[in-house]
Design a binder for this molecule. Sequence first.
Ligand code: NAD
Length: 500
Amino acid sequence: MPPQPATVSDGSDLAPEASGAATMLYIDGGWAEAIGGGTFEAVNPATGQVIGHVALGARRDAQLAIDAAARASMTWGRTSPFERAKALERIADTIERRRDQLARILTLDQGKPLIGEAYGEVEELILYFRMAAADATRIEGLLPPSTDPAKRVLVYRVAKGVVGVITPWNWPYTMPAELIAPALAAGDTVVWNPARFTSLCSVALAECIADADLPAGVFNLVTGPGADVGDELASHPAVEVVAFVGSTATGGKIAARGAGKDLLLELGGNGPLVLLDDADVTAAVKATLSACFLNAGQSCTAGERVLVDRSIHDAYVAALVEAVRQQVRLGDPLDGATTMGPLNNERTAEKAERHVREAEARGAEILVGGERAPRHGSRLFFEPTVIDRVTEQMAVAREETFGPVVPITAVDGEAAALGIVNASPYGLLTAVFTRDLRRGLNFAESVHAGWVNINESTNYWESHLPFGGRAGSQSGLGRVGGRYAIERMTELKTIVVNLA
Ligand code: NAD
C-alpha cells in the first residue's frame, strides 16, 4: 500500500494547526515524497496563514513521472474508449461526493467566495470529466478510398502519447480539467505540474483521480516550481504534447523550450467590452460587474477594459458606479454575503496597484476604489475599482491587469472602437453591446478574437465550445473545449492494406 497524501483529506480541517504532514507527489500509481525531501508552504490569501505544506518536486521527480507516463502510454491508448469513459465517470463521481471538501479547499487556497463561486467551479469540474467520458466513446477514424482498387485505407484517430500539463492558479480545478480530462479520454497519459499558489487544490483533485484506479503511470502529479518541473515537462523528449494554460510570457518560454513538440497554449487576454451607441446600458452594467469582478478580475476572460460610445458614456458611468457601490461586497470568502474575495498573491496585487497608480499619474480619474482595502485578513484585498478617462497609452488599457478594475474609455463611433480592439496584440475574446443584432454580428465578425459575446459578459463561456486565442495573437495556440480538446489530444494515423 503506497503512502497516502496528507493535509487535504478533509478541507474543513484546513487550519495552521492541522498542517503537520506535507502533501505528496503522485507518480506511477503511488504517493511519494519529493526526492529532495523539501516542502513549501500553502498560504490562505484571505488570512496570510499557512494552511498546509506541499511536496517540493524538482526535475528528477518530473523525469520519474515522465518515465512512468511513457510506459503507461504503451497500453492506455489501446484500451477500449468505453473503459476509459468508465474511469472518467468514476473520477466525476468521486468529485461529486467530495464537492463540499473541494469547494472549501478552493476558497482557502485560492481565495474565491465559497458560495458565490467555489461551488460553481467544482460543478464545472465535474462537467469536464463527464463530458470527456462521453466524448471518449465518440472518437472515430475514417475509411477514405484508395486510387488502387486492391488497396484499403484505414485512418485511425489515435492518442499522441505523454501530455505535459502546466496550469495557473486562477481556476485551479477547471483549467487543469479542461486538459487532463480530454487527454485521458483520448488515451494519452498525463504528467501535471500545477501552479505553486494553489497546490492544495491540485492534490485534492489528484486524490479524486487516484481513487479511480487508473493503471499506474496514466496520471501523475508533480507539485513544485514551474521553472524547474514545468520546464522539464516542456523540454523532455518523451513528452509529445505540452498543454499549457498561463501567461503569455511563460507561454513564450514554453514554446521555445518545447520547440518541435505539439503545443497547446492558452495564454493571456485583454478582453474589451464594447458599448455601441444603441447599447442597453442596464444590461451592459450588469455584464460589466460579472466581467470585471468575477474571481476578483483574475480570469483570462475578464473584461480588461470598456470602450463606450461617447453618446452614452455618462449614463453608463453613473449607473456602473452606483451598481459597484451597491452590489460588490469585498470580504471574507467563507462568508456567504461576500461577492468578491482577495487577490490570490502579492505579485497580482502589486500589478493591479501599479496599473491603477500609473493610470492616475497619466490623467485617468478614479471614480471608485483604487487601493488595497484596509481592515481585512491580509493585504491582498483590493477595492472594486472604476477608472474613467483611460487612454491607450496606459498599461491598464493595453496589458492584462488581472484585478478588480474597470478601465473606461469614451470612443467616437463603431469604427473607432473596432480599430482600438483590433490593434491589441491579444486576441482571446471581446464582448459587444447593441440592440441591433445585425450590427452586433457584423462587429463580431470583424473583431480579431477567438470568441465574441454579443450582449453578454466577457466572462460567459461554455466548456464544450471551442475556446482559444486567435491565430498569430499573444493569446495562444489551438482550442480547448469538449471534443475540440479531444481533437488536439489525438492525431490521425493512416494504414494502407495491400490486398493484391
Ligand atoms: P504563469 O505563466 O505565471 O504560470 C502558469 C504556470 O506556468 C504555473 O504552473 C507556473 O508554475 C508555470 N511556469 C512558470 N514558469 C515556467 C517555466 N519557465 N516553464 C514551465 N512552466 C512554468 O501564469 P499565472 O500567473 O499562474 O496565471 C495567470 C495567467 O494565465 C494570466 O495571463 C491568464 O490570462 C492566463 N490564463 C489563460 C487562460 C486561457 O484559457 N487562455 C485561462 C486561465 C489563465
